[in-house]
Each structure stands twice: as structure tokens, then as C-alpha cells.
Design a protein around this ligand. Structure first.
Ligand SMILES: [Zn+2]
Length: 240
């Protein structure tokens, strides 16, 4: 595991940081880490100022190894603003596909999960087909047993462009004829956001997935990802 996720007992900052007066807060935080004598975080997830002439980078000059990354949920929310309404019939599908443009499942983990699910089904069904196996794998089983990694900047940029084009105009209308995407607004958003795809990428050499043991109905390792913005043990900085 990299240095970003720390044991709660040794971590001087076990909660996400939300502050308006960032300067003094960061100074205090750096001092707390130094006083505690623990390894400093290697990744910082932010909801803005991820790249360019970032003040954040300057504020954390004492931690030169720190990599500043954009929180993927904030990135997705920015793209979602290009949709007319989140109550549109196609909204959930669009957002789900957007997540798939950014992340991919580890293929070995996925194969192990399918094999385990097939064995489970064989107790109830005669010769389950691939389609039965996939249909019976739940979203939470995927999250628990399959590690996810980012796809790389170029691939994700191409996939999101394709996704937006696929849902734009006529193709994105619901049964009442309402389009999912506001074309002009989305074009504007994507033009400014495409550069931040690089800021979403998992840093090389940092293991974001922690194996948490074997539990649940399937005899497989379980993982927790430190990338998740809901994890209290991650170091997140939310700027107001
Ligand atoms: Zn950025």
C-alpha cells in the first residue's frame, strides 16, 4: 500500500479536510505530520486546482513527493452539468458509462469472480451460461472483489468523446422527446474538462487497493480502494 492510506491510530488527519482559510490550515497540518513523525501522504485528492499554476502545490512545498489528483466524483459532476436534468431516463446510464470510460476492472479479478459465481450457480442450475453468470454478479460483488484502475489519459479522452457523441442530439432523447444533453453547454464543458482527464489517472507505483481479507459468500479476496472519496482514511482536500 502506498502512503496515502494510513492506519487510523497513527494518522494525524483521519478525516477529510474542509476549510476556507487554507493557508493556516495547511501549515498546521504539515506541522501535525512532522510532530507525529509519521510518513506524509503521497496523494492528495482535490475538487479544484488540480493542475496548472496551482496554489495547492505551493502550499504543500514541504511535501515534494505529494501528487495532486482530481477527485473523480467531482470530475463526473462537472460533466453531468452538461445534461439537461438528472431525472432524465438516460441520465443514470450515461453516468454509469462515464465511470466506465475512466475505470476498468482488473481482468484476473473479474475472471476469479466469474469462476466463483459459476460454482455458486452450479449448485442451483444445470450448466449455467456466461450470461447467467454475469447477470448474477451484483454491483457490490464487483466493487468488493475486483480492483479498478484508470484507463490512461488518451483512452479515457477518446471514450468520453465517443460517449458524449453517442448520447447527444436525437440519440439521447427520452420517450417524451427531451434530449439528455444540452449540446452547447456540454461542448463547452468538455472543451475545458478534457485536460483534467490526466489529473484523474492513478499515480504509477502507488497501490490504491488494500486487500481486506476474505469475506462474504464467495471464497475470494476482498479489496477496499483508497481512491474512494468516502474513505475517511484517504487524504482529501475540499476547497470551498
Ligand atoms: Zn487538472
Amino acid at each position: 500500500m502506498g502512503e496515502m492510506s494510513m492506519d487510523k491510530s497513527s494518522c494525524p488527519c483521519s478525516q477529510p479536510v474542509r476549510a476556507k482559510g487554507l493557508g493556516p490550515m495547511v501549515v498546521g497540518l504539515i506541522k501535525r505530520y512532522a510532530d507525529a513523525g509519521v510518513t506524509t501522504p503521497s496523494i492528495l485528492y482535490v475538487n479544484r486546482d488540480c493542475c496548472g499554476a496551482s496554489h495547492i502545490q505551493k502550499m504543500f512545498a514541504a511535501w515534494p513527493q505529494l501528487k495532486i489528483k482530481l477527485d473523480m466524483w467531482h470530475f463526473m459532476r462537472r460533466i453531468a452539468v452538461g445534461c439537461n436534468t438528472d431525472s432524465h431516463q438516460l441520465y443514470a446510464t450515461f453516468m454509469n458509462r462515464l465511470s466506465q470510460c475512466i475505470f476498468q476492472y482488473d481482468q484476473d479479478d473479474l475472471k476469479s469472480l466469474k469462476d466463483a459465481k459459476r460454482k455458486e450457480l452450479e449448485a442451483k442450475l444445470m450448466g449455467p451460461l456466461d450470461v447467467d453468470v454475469m447477470r448474477n454478479i451484483t454491483r457490490s460483488e464487483l466493487a468488493l472483489h475486483c480492483r479498478r484502475t484508470t484507463r490512461g489519459t488518451e483512452e479515457t479522452q477518446a471514450l468520453i468523446t465517443e460517449l458524449i457523441n453517442g448520447f447527444d442530439g436525437e440519440k439521447g432523447r427520452d420517450s417524451l422527446g427531451v434530449p439528455l444533453i444540452n449540446s452547447c453547454r456540454m461542448e463547452d464543458i468538455w472543451r475545458t474538462q478534457i485536460k483534467h482527464v490526466a489529473c484523474l489517472q492513478d499515480p504509477e507505483g502507488v497501490q490504491l487497493n488494500i486487500q481486506t481479507g476474505i469475506k462474504g459468500g464467495l471464497p475470494l479476496p476482498t479489496y477496499r480502494c483508497a481512491r474512494s472519496s468516502t474513505s475517511l482514511e484517504c487524504f482529501h482536500l475540499h476547497l470551498n
